[in-house]
Structures are given as structure tokens and as C-alpha cells.
Design a protein around this ligand. Structure first.
Ligand SMILES: Nc1ncnc2c1ncn2[C@@H]1O[C@H](COP(=O)(O)OP(=O)(O)OP(=O)(O)O)[C@@H](O)[C@H]1O
Ligand SMILES: [Mg+2]
Length: 243
């Protein structure tokens, strides 16, 4: 298996604080990794570190074998790290189409390919970024990351705060991106059971360290790990939140 991204003994934080401690993870070509864990364990910090927005302490981040942990964020984007920030980062005063074409680079993912993936965006191509619903903004944020034709896509809670029907639409698109198009991806998600169904591998973080690393299918069946680290129990495929 060709490796796209690997973090090895990676430590980073903000200011003097260490948040990530000895994180090891790897994403292979065409594989999607679910990054899970309770609030505040360091999931966003992990993605922020891969794009270069945290203070590096030690360890390595390799993109197809090349060390990137000391590069500036824009160099990492050029190198092929595709990032969809939690706050989505859509240009509010540009149209949908301008938002996409402003960043596009040659490759498989073109304007028409992302319109095919998200027909809603095509319908909204002349609308401004600030006229979109939350779900449409998320689709646009993903479209913008895709047209940069990255080697790996980092998604931070893509379904957060969205209506169930939009969540379903987004998860379907994400499944298509990783399953049919073979895009390597790391996806942070609160909906553990849903995301485990569309990813290959899973990592659970607990207080900045890796608490579980394995295949998504085995985690989905591991009631003890789900309950201990995520506070959810899997019953007949449904996730029941413990109160
Ligand atoms: N900019 C920052 N400066 C200092 N500390 C931060 C900063 N951002 C996050 N932290 C701290 O880092 C730790 C990890 O936060 P992070 O946002 O990575 O967690 P998370 O797993 O993404 O949580 P959530 O599920 O709530 O999004 C937390 O203790 C948080 O308070
Ligand atoms: Mg977060």
C-alpha cells in the first residue's frame, strides 16, 4: 500500500502548552481515516498541525515520504494537503462559481466535477457565499478543497450543526469522494457510527494521545472502546448517547 501521510511521534501545541503527545497515524492511498474522540481531546489540533497552524514541538509529518512539518501552511497546500476548516472559510462576497474557480488547479477535480458531486452548488452558482445555507457552505468548502486537487483531504466535522437530510447528502458525497474516487482523507466526526461505515481506518484520541488505532469495522464492533472513549454504545447499528 502506498502511504500518503504519516505522523510519527508527533508532538505539538499552542504557545507553551503541549496538546498532541506522541501521535502516530498513517493514511494510505485511497483510504479514509476517521479521527474520533470526545470534545477537547485534540482532533482539530491534529488537522491544524497537518496544515501547519500549531506550534511544532517534535516528531514528523511526511506527505508521500517528504517531511512537511516545518513548512509554512501555504507550502503544505501546494504540496497537496487539502484542508476544509471547521469554520468553512468560504469567501462571502464572491459567487459560488468564483469561490471555486479562484482556487482551482488542474486535475481530476474540475468545476464541473464538483458540480456533479454537489448539484445544489450548480443551482447556486451565481449566488454569493453569504447567501448560502450552512449545508451549502459546507459543500462549497469541500468543493474548494477538491479543486485544488490535493493528495489528501482533511475534513473537520463536516456535518456539524446541519439538518439530518443535509448530513445524509454530505456523507453520501464524502463516501463517493473516498470510495469511488479513491481520495485519501482524514475525517473528524461526532457521528461515530455513520463515519465508521464509510472509512477504512480509525484513530481515537484521548487527551492528545492515540487511545485506539485500527480498522473502522473492528472499532464499530468494539462496544468497550466505543463506550470508554466516545461515550456511545452501538446497538443494532444505532448509536445511543449515554446520558
Ligand atoms: N488556539 C488555541 N490556543 C490554545 N489552546 C487551544 C487552542 N485551540 C485549542 N486549544 C486547546 O487544545 C485542546 C484540544 O482542542 P481541539 O480543538 O483540538 O479539540 P477537539 O478534539 O477538536 O474538540 P471538539 O470536539 O470540541 O472540536 C483543548 O484543551 C483546547 O482548549
Ligand atoms: Mg474540533
Amino acid at each position: 500500500m502506498t502511504e500518503i501521510l504519516r505522523l510519527e511521534a508527533f508532538c505539538a501545541g499552542y504557545g507553551k502548552a503541549t496538546i498532541l503527545r506522541d501521535v502516530n497515524l498513517s493514511v494510505g492511498e485511497g483510504r479514509a481515516l476517521a479521527l474520533l474522540g470526545r470534545n477537547g481531546v485534540g482532533k482539530t489540533t491534529t488537522l491544524n498541525s497537518i496544515i501547519g497552524l500549531t506550534r511544532y514541538q517534535s516528531g514528523s509529518i511526511r506527505l508521500q515520504g517528504v517531511a512537511i512539518e516545518r513548512l509554512a501552511p501555504e507550502r503544505r497546500v501546494e504540496a497537496g494537503v487539502g484542508w476544509v476548516p471547521q469554520e468553512r472559510g468560504v469567501f462571502r462576497s464572491l459567487t459560488v462559481e468564483e469561490n471555486i474557480t479562484a482556487v482551482a488547479r488542474p486535475g481530476r477535480w474540475t468545476l464541473s466535477a464538483v458540480y456533479d458531486l454537489f448539484p445544489r452548488l450548480k443551482e447556486r452558482e451565481r449566488n454569493l457565499g453569504n447567501q448560502l445555507s450552512g449545508g451549502e457552505q459546507q459543500m462549497l468548502a469541500i468543493a474548494r478543497a477538491l479543486v485544488l486537487n490535493p493528495k489528501i483531504l482533511l475534513l473537520d466535522e463536516p456535518t456539524e450543526g446541519l439538518a439530518p437530510i443535509i448530513v445524509e447528502e454530505l456523507l453520501k458525497a464524502i463516501r463517493r469522494i473516498v470510495r469511488e474516487e479513491g481520495m485519501a482523507a482524514i475525517i473528524v466526526e461526532q457521528h461515530a457510527q455513520q463515519i465508521l461505515a464509510i472509512t477504512d481506518d480509525a484513530v481515537i484520541l484521548d487527551r492528545g494521545a492515540v487511545a485506539f488505532s485500527g480498522e473502522s469495522a473492528s472499532l464499530a464492533a468494539d462496544q468497550a472502546a466505543l463506550s470508554k472513549y466516545l461515550g456511545v454504545s452501538a446497538v443494532g447499528g444505532e448509536v445511543l448517547h449515554q446520558t
